[in-house]
Design a protein around this ligand. Structure first.
Ligand SMILES: [Fe+2]
Length: 310
């Protein structure tokens, strides 16, 4: 039986786009409608631009399924995919409205773990043996844009050991090794001991690894210390501090490096200092103040995580 003119099967790809947009035009929530409509328009246009073939589309669907299959409590392949495509940094940059000199955001990464132990200032979060890495002293103050101290600010800090592994993907490390939460005193001061960050590869045994290989890219990240800085009345900043002499600083697999986040560690050998340090051997030292921007504290990294900590 001949099709009626104008039926769906007889339409052009542009007309299909119009039909689909019409189907979602009644979305009650304005923001949901804006996002879904843009997704449809851009996705359809993407297919047209590259003349996407059915087998390529099936490959993409299978790729996304594999991202889900390989993800678990300690691995989030979709975040990793977003990171290596630079989407995370685009979103963070759009959301970042911090004045000059204030702490800028960077990627959260897939290895964040909520509910790290709360530690007193000066505590050492290298909970394993000396093999955790080179001892490192990190201290400074959390300040507001006028230079006044922010007391009671929380710094959630985490990093890898010397092998470039986070404890939640390394059964040889103690629970919550190299993770801890610290609170600033009334002068805005914080102080902790950890190990010096090392560059490490992001996992390539999943679909994201296939993508990096297909595009001829490195899977290395420059050494960095993860920090989530939060305080009542200030914007929560999820960020990383990057080591200045790292060979991968200018080719981070996830595009997280910003100039203001590059820091320098000093090598301390002074015997007077060494003798009172936790490991009693020469160590690295990073002094760094963190300036927070007035705004709303994120719910994501406060209420929810206390829940998970229990
Ligand atoms: Fe990391």
């Amino acid at each position: 039986m001949p099709r009626e003119e104008g039926s769906v099967l007889g339409t052009t790809s542009d007309q299909i786009t119009e039909t689909v947009l019409k189907a979602v035009s009644g979305t009650p929530n304005r923001r949901t409608r804006q996002i879904v409509e843009a997704l449809i328009r851009h996705a359809h246009e993407f297919c047209r631009e590259v003349n996407l073939q059915p087998e390529e589309w099936l490959y993409a669907a299978e790729f996304l399924k594999r991202c889900g299959d390989i993800s678990d409590a300690s691995r989030h392949e979709f975040i990793l995919l977003s990171d290596v495509l630079g989407i995370t940094m685009v979103v963070d940059t759009l959301a970042a409205d911090v004045p000059d000199g204030a702490l800028e955001p960077s990627v959260l990464g897939p290895f964040y773990r909520a509910g790290a132990p709360v530690e007193p200032n000066g505590a050492d979060i290298a909970r394993g043996e000396d093999s955790d890495g080179e001892p490192t002293h990190v201290f400074g103050r959390v300040l507001d844009p006028h230079g006044d101290p922010v007391g009671g600010a929380e710094l959630d800090v985490w990093g890898t050991n010397a092998n470039g592994l986070y404890e939640n993907v390394d059964p040889d490390q103690p629970d919550y090794n190299l993770r801890g939460r610290f609170y600033t005193d009334e002068q805005g001061r914080f102080e902790l001991w950890t190990v010096k960050p090392v560059s490490y590869p992001i996992p390539v045994d999943g679909p994201v690894g296939d993508l990096l290989a297909a595009t001829g890219r490195s899977n290395m990240r420059p050494g960095h210390l993860h920090v989530i800085a939060s305080a009542d009345g200030y914007r929560t900043i999820v960020t990383e501090l990057y080591t200045d002499d790292d060979e991968y600083l200018d080719r981070d697999a996830v595009f997280g490096v910003k100039g203001s986040l590059v820091v320098r560690y000093e090598w301390i050998t002074d015997e007077q200092k060494v003798i009172v340090s936790p490991r009693k051997r020469p160590y690295w030292e990073l002094q760094r103040n963190l300036v927070l921007t007035p705004g709303r504290r994120s719910i994501q990294f406060t209420a929810g995580r206390e829940e998970q900590a229990r």
